[in-house]
Design a protein around this ligand. Structure first.
Ligand code: ADP
Ligand code: MN
Length: 161
């Protein structure tokens, strides 16, 4: 089974993935797979422009968790969308030292449910779990992901509030 772990930067994908890896899950970091598909560097936005169509087409399915903010574009069996209240997300990105424009862009994307909307464009609602990380520990977030994978926790899509 292939499980996508997606979310706006700062929602906790890397942290939750590291905890899941510690618990014995196989984890693939998508940032390690995009290199051959980089079209250009967007210097102003301090980000890489990826040929996502070719990247998705070339992605070899894995039995495990794939982590990254493009994970929902891969045809996974299940997708977990990490969320964070925008004011808290802003603080997490400030601590990380992101430039102001990049913080604003990501905080706005999170407030507009952008990744969730993209996820539901690609996957049926019953394959999607939203996890609000705002007031949860990384361990608790990982626990919810495990319960969703095992079928113990129902999907939660649509419950944005
Ligand atoms: P992402 O990989 O989605 O960009 P990270 O895992 O790198 O997110 O986390 C971004 C920042 O937010 C880090 O400083 C991390 O310690 C913090 N963080 C992540 N998840 C939580 C959480 N559940 N509670 C508090 N802080 C968190
Ligand atoms: Mn990350």
């Amino acid at each position: 089974m292939m499980v996508g772990l997606t979310g706006t930067p700062g929602t906790g994908k890397s942290s939750v993935a590291a905890e899941l890896e510690r618990r014995g899950h196989r984890v693939v970091h998508l940032v390690d797979t995009v290199q051959p598909y980089i079209l250009e560097e967007d210097r102003a936005r301090q980000t890489m422009v990826v040929d996502t169509d070719r990247w998705v087409a070339g992605f070899e399915p894995v039995d495990g968790i794939i982590e990254g903010h493009l994970a929902h574009l891969i045809p996974c069996d299940l997708v977990v969308v990490l969320r964070c209240r925008p004011d808290v997300l802003r603080r997490r990105l400030e601590v990380r030292g992101y430039p102001g424009a990049k913080i604003a862009e990501n905080v706005e994307a999170e407030a507009l449910d952008l990744i969730l909307i993209e996820t539901l464009d690609e996957h049926p609602a019953e394959h999607v779990l939203e996890v609000d990380t705002t007031d949860l520990s990384i361990e608790d977030c990982a626990g919810l992901v495990e319960r969703f994978i095992s079928g113990e926790l129902p999907p939660s899509c649509g419950s944005i509030d």
